[in-house]
Design a protein around this ligand. Structure first.
Ligand SMILES: [Zn+2]
Length: 80
């Protein structure tokens, strides 16, 4: 990390004014490498990538459930 004010904080994205010794928002400073909790890459947001597969899985699960219910209904209907 080679961030120097002025600029946007690599940790929280808040604007850090020129000459500021640390970020007013999250308190990160050059000593902490502009990281709050020692992340290797504080800019990356892994949460964005994990949300989409989950949504797909849940929708696929619902689809399978609906297909199973339809198959069960057809099965019962045919037996009668
Ligand atoms: Zn910050």
């Amino acid at each position: 990390m080679s961030f120097e004010p002025p600029g946007y904080c690599p940790n929280c994205g808040e604007y850090v004014e020129k000459g500021a010794s640390s970020c007013e928002e999250c308190g990160s400073c050059p000593e902490t490498g502009w990281n709050d909790e020692g992340y290797l890459d504080g800019v990356e947001l892994p949460g964005d990538e994990t949300e989409k597969p989950d949504a797909r899985e849940s929708s696929a699960g619902k689809f399978i459930l609906i297909v199973c219910l339809l198959a069960l209904l057809v099965y019962v209907f045919v037996l009668r």
